[in-house]
Design a protein around this ligand. Structure first.
Ligand SMILES: [Mg+2]
Ligand SMILES: [Zn+2]
Length: 195
């Protein structure tokens, strides 16, 4: 049987939103990140990161910084005693960047490409899976992938997105959470009450 997953955005969701992370040391976990991932994994669901990282395409830092920053994320989670099942990065930008980076791709959120790739790689049932993020792009990706539930956080860009960009979005989350702990509480309750 295919597995459920919880997809997590990276910056503003699992990690502090500090702008473009142009040095790996700038990446810090948000309180509750390890616990949120553990709550997913102890149910035998997949914990998957899907992150837009256009900083290379924008010329802000070289691509090895992006790789090293993802390595630091994995190392910090391992130090906390957990791990992700997989992490997907979209390094593309539709209008900026050199070969390999300037692309109208299907993976940059709000497109669902990273979620669909994860479903193929990890044999996931997207219709029973969830996403947690801090922007309407995360919400849009969850909707486009046909997920069971979409949670938007007030951390990171979330509070401002909800205040200033609500009128411009076509997609509304199923639940708005103050933090990762309440996001996971909602997801687990929804799963237990659901069909
Ligand atoms: Mg984010
Ligand atoms: Zn992409």
């Amino acid at each position: 049987m295919s597995r459920r997953a919880v997809f997590f955005d990276r910056d503003g969701t699992l990690c502090r939103e500090v702008g473009y992370i142009n040095h790996p040391e700038r990446l810090e976990l948000i309180d509750g990140a390890v616990e949120a991932i553990e709550a997913v994994r102890e149910r035998d669901w997949a914990a998957v990161v899907a992150t837009n990282q256009a900083g290379v395409a924008r010329g802000y830092f070289p691509v090895h910084v992006l790789d090293e920053t993802m390595e630091r994320l994995h190392a910090l989670l391992a130090a906390g005693g957990t791990r992700l099942d997989r992490a997907y990065v979209c390094a593309h930008h539709p209008d900026l960047g050199g070969p390999g980076f300037r692309r109208r791709c299907g993976c940059r959120k709000p497109a669902p490409g990273m979620l669909e790739q994860a479903a193929r790689d990890l044999h996931l049932d997207l219709s029973r899976s969830f996403i947690v993020g801090d922007t309407f792009k995360d919400v849009g990706a969850g909707r486009a992938a046909g997920l069971a539930g979409v949670v938007m956080l007030r951390t990171g860009y979330g509070r401002g997105e909800l205040m200033w960009n609500s009128a411009r979005t076509d997609h509304w989350p199923d639940f708005i959470a103050d933090d990762l702990a309440s996001a996971l509480e909602w997801i687990i309750r929804r799963e237990e009450d659901g069909p």
